[in-house]
Design a protein around this ligand. Structure first.
Ligand code: ACO
Length: 323
């Protein structure tokens, strides 16, 4: 059975760091409020001349290096972003040119914070159906550009960054012992469009707009939906939460991460948490957490991972991957 094996990953965070105290110097908030409600301690912010494609390129180069794959051998790039360089073309095509990939296809997916799971799903489907052999999947965001820095309810929550992973076609036995992507499940419910959205856009205001969120509503949906979809993905792979070595969740909020792990029955010691250092980097947060777990030696070859995320739409999903 043809599988997509995850053979490398990489991460990039901009140099500039903004602490909670830095924010408390500008708006009416405090380190204590932000930490207690979200677990966030700081966030990285892109330099004025740093674009989403720059972040994506830096993370992608590291992922390719760690995979030992030459960019010329890629035949697919799926870039998840809700902060593209331009309205069109896809930021993925800029990345394609900069990496030196001339064949295949590069395109963006827009599933906000669930973007990386969506990219995983799309790339895995294309690889398994024979439409691609070697794929780069990327999450890259510059949310600092769409934050209303006077809105304390949202601006304290997000950061900039990028993470990437390389998937390669391999033959497996078709069992849950195989290495690679074992199952992905995705859902959306557009009735919650207004719960988390950007109040601008090409067709509405011809401006890029600012992020608006009903925090409580998002929180309410997050835990139930994430635990359910992760359970469905595990079941589809013929596995249970007890088989999981590492939960690699979207890093929106420590309370959402803890509550989802608890609901799934995956203990905190088996959960990768980077939200304190990175804040919510939307589509970049899962590959950033994955890279952090691999770099510090916690996540090892052969480990079973569950990745899960929810974001604007609402869109949510989970992927089960054996490294
Ligand atoms: N600093 C200080 N006080 C604040 C801040 C702040 N940054 N933000 C809001 N407050 C105040 C509010 O004004 C309110 O004051 P009031 O009681 O005088 O009216 C009080 O704190 C409580 O506000 P709530 O919004 O009710 O606080 P809540 O406990 O719901 O926490 C939070 C807000 C952290 C946003 C929470 O709802 C949450 O985590 N939601 C999930 C949203 C999320 O993570 N979104 C990320 C994108 S989606 C995703 O990635 C999953």
């Amino acid at each position: 059975m043809r599988r997509s094996r995850l053979v490398g990953c990489g991460a990039y965070l901009p140099d500039r760091v903004l602490s909670n105290d830095d924010l408390a110097g500008r708006i009416d908030t405090s380190d204590e409020w932000i930490r207690t409600r979200t677990g966030i301690g700081q966030r990285h912010v892109a330099a004025d001349d740093e674009l989403t494609s720059d972040l994506a390129c830096a993370a992608s180069r590291k992922a390719l290096e760690s995979a030992g794959v030459d960019a010329a051998d890629l035949d697919l790039i799926v870039l998840a972003t809700s902060t593209p360089d331009n309205t069109f073309p896809a930021t993925a095509t800029k990345l394609q040119a900069r990496l030196g990939m001339t064949g295949g296809i590069a395109f963006d997916v827009q599933a906000v914070c669930a973007g990386f799971v969506c990219a995983l799903s799309v790339a895995d489907s294309m690889i398994r159906s024979g439409g691609a052999d070697t794929a780069l999947i990327v999450g890259a965001e510059t949310y600092s550009r769409i934050l209303d820095w006077d809105d304390r309810q949202t601006c304290v929550l997000f950061g900039d960054g990028s993470g990437a992973a390389v998937l390669r076609a391999e033959d497996g036995d078709g069992t849950s012992d195989d290495r690679g992507v074992l199952a992905v499940r995705m859902r959306s419910d557009g009735r919650h469009y207004q719960a988390l959205y950007v109040d601008g856009g090409v067709s509405t205001t011809q401006t890029s707009g600012y992020l608006r969120m009903q925090g409580r509503e998002v929180f309410r949906h997050a835990v139930a939906n994430l635990a359910e979809i992760a359970g469905e993905a595990l079941e589809a792979a013929g596995l249970t939460p007890a088989d999981v070595d590492w939960l690699v969740p979207h890093q929106a909020n420590r309370r959402i991460i803890d509550a989802t792990g608890k609901k799934l029955g995956i203990p905190a010691e088996k959960t990768i948490v980077t939200v304190e250092r990175h804040a919510n980097t939307s589509s970049a947060s899962i590959p950033l957490a994955l890279a952090a777990g691999i770099d510090d030696g916690r996540i090892a070859s052969g480990d079973l991972l569950v990745m899960e995320a929810i974001g604007g739409g609402l869109v949510w999903g989970a992927g089960v991957v054996r490294l």
